[in-house]
Design a protein around this ligand. Structure first.
Ligand code: NAI
Length: 248
């Protein structure tokens, strides 16, 4: 099936690792022009690259505005955005310092706000576009020892719905992709924080009726559906790609 991605310019925050990196690879193979934004990026933009790479923090307003300006200067448009930049500290409410709380919210929520705001402005000035925010099954199921992370992911759903309603008439669609536990460096770090990482992994697998962890490539395919014009009547929605976690 032609996903109608040829020539589309898509920015992916957190695109240097895990789900974001898988999105970059898949979307590029579908003919899209990819822009990766990541604070772990080791290089800045080079004209020869097929992928434009922008190093920086999604939580910094001036950086986000400068990055979107660079994209528009180079390509003249922005058709898609997938906000994958995120992290967790893995602490309960009473054990979360204000510093950790603010750091997680700054990346996961403020970074998603800043990028989607600037992208919506750019998309409104051209032919509209599609924004995909990465949420979390835990924002719906609840969980423990992840207070700031869960709070940020719950708020992302409300942000997506708000933006979807405000810009539907501009041809901008906004949706949330809700993964289960996906085998990425983030998940490995999360298991490593446990007293018994192997047991934590086994418990996580058992939460998925499908009986295994998800793969980044599977999230990239779900994100491709949401970012592409194929999902043209889908906005303000949450797509569960969680191995059945929330149904189980
Ligand atoms: P990852 O750790 O493999 O990749 C995240 C990337 O975001 C990294 O390259 C990191 O450098 C970048 N990043 C983090 N903070 C940043 C900032 N302030 N500015 C710029 N870049 C920043 O993580 P993964 O697993 O691929 O996660 C991607 C998204 O999916 C995250 O939002 C995560 O919360 C979400 N998610 C992941 C799940 C999982 O089990 N792996 C489950 C549910 C949601």
């Amino acid at each position: 099936m032609d996903m109608e991605m040829a020539g589309k310019v898509v920015a992916i925050t957190g695109g240097a690792s895990g789900i974001g990196a898988a999105c970059a690879e898949l979307f590029q193979s579908e003919g899209a022009q990819i822009v990766v934004i990541d604070r772990a990026a080791t290089k800045t933009e080079t004209q020869s690259d097929k992928t434009m790479v922008l190093a920086g923090d999604v939580g910094d307003e001036a950086t986000v505005k400068a990055h979107v300006s660079q994209i528009i200067a180079r390509y003249g448009r922005l058709d898609g955005l997938v906000t994958c930049a995120g992290f967790s500290t893995g602490t309960s409410v009473v054990n979360t310092s204000l510093e950790d709380w603010e750091a997680v919210l700054r990346t996961n929520l403020t970074g998603t706000f800043l990028w989607s705001r600037e992208a919506a402005i750019a998309m409104k000035n051209s032919d509209g576009g599609s924004i995909v925010m990465i949420g979390s099954q835990l924002a719906f199921a609840g969980g423990r020892s992840n207070a700031a992370y869960l709070s940020s992911k719950g708020a992302v759903v409300s942000l997506a719905r708000t933006l979807a309603v405000e810009h539907a008439s501009d041809g901008i669609r906004v949706n949330v992709l809700v993964p289960g536990a996906i085998e990425t460096p983030l998940l490995s770090r999360s298991f490593a924080r446990s007293n018994d990482p192997a047991a934590a992994k086994a418990r996580s697998i058992a939460r998925h009726p499908i009986g295994r962890l998800g793969r980044s490539e599977e999230m990239a395919r779900a994100a491709l559906f949401l970012v592409s014009p194929i999902s043209s009547f889908t906005t303000g929605s949450c797509l569960m790609a969680d191995g059945g976690w929330l149904a189980g």
